[in-house]
Design a protein around this ligand. Sequence first.
Ligand code: NIG
Ligand code: FE
Length: 421
Amino acid sequence: MNRILIKNIKSLVQVSDNPLLRKRSGIEMNDLPVLNEAWLAIEDGLISGYGLMQDWEGITDWNNLEVIDASGKFVFPCWCDSHTHIVYAGSREAEFVYKIKGMSYEEIAKQGGGILNSAKKLADASEDELYESAKNRVWEMIGFGTGAIEIKSGYGLSVASELKMLRVIKRLKETLPVEIKATFLGAHSLPTAFKQNREGYIKLIVDEMLPQIAAEGLADFVDVFCDKGFFTVEETDTILKAASAFGLSPKIHANELDYSGGIQVGVKHKALSVDHLEYTGDEEIETLLNSDTMPTLLPSTAFFLRLVPPPARKMIDAGLPIALATDFNPGSSPSGNFPFVISLACITLKMLPNEAINAATLNSAYAMGVENMLGTIAAGKQANVFITNEIPSIEFLPYSFGSNLIEKVILKGKLVLDREV
Ligand code: NIG
Ligand code: FE
């Protein structure tokens, strides 16, 4: 039995007495419950208790106990990164330069750059190579305080390569201490071989990819890039319908490049989340208000691609919840730095620090279906927490953009990273 006690915590952030708490929406997004001068106990990978130092009864059982003094430091539940594409081969910095020179994301994609460029590189990579590079990215993300990651396929675009990507994700799940969820994104881009045969590719997804993926239990969710120049609402509808027969709920890419109808088709299929949402108008907000779907914003993508940012303020003020994620991928967000995403949410989307932290913990846990085990500090939840350096306030975290203020990371009850030693 492995036990950790963290004592003298300056502030224990996002405490919740109700471990099944769902999500925070609208004005509640600014409610961030904290306990000042607190302790937190961890046993067998789970949070076993917490409270105020003044009520603490001291240690009675020293057996297998590690004590951490967190004087002056904050403890948070780890970030839940509910949208990433971290299994990929190579990198795409040449496109980064094309963009600086004025080409758009869509123009680059039309010329065989973009997702198809990554698909070509991935086809030549072995499972071992993909596993090693993705594993390094996961450890980098852990170093930024991330404790749960959703990972998508979608650089395969053929039966063999999509399966290869999903098997790599399965191996990451089995070997790493973070919580991982897998999403099948066969409809990320139309592969070159099907350029003149869109229907053929949709058929391949529905008749071959989905059944094989389901038979091997390789995916938790299904995704479609429902946007201008990628997949239509009708194609999305077909794929989501087929996926639901295999028990896969949708988390979809929507409204990044236009008012694509992606939000509406996602909500129609009870998507767990709809992500990107740069093009969100009154109609889309209304649709989301009448749903359980989590609107997920990816501010580092909008920043990297110089897109007009999504209307986060308007969405929150209308009563919606928001989740945040990094979208870590080689084309539109080559970074898994979650604290930077939180800073960007405050700076470019005008989210308040408390709103951004709710969006990065409880709400993003919901967006990847792990809200009953992660996203808040609650007895019985998985002990994925991080301890900061000595900092003056919660707001200091997003304010110090670009700095890494995380000193220790505990995942499933084990100290996996310690910058103090
Ligand atoms: O989420 N928008 C679509 N897909 C990815 C980009 C993938 C790529 O460019 O490789 C995204 O931004
Ligand atoms: Fe994405």
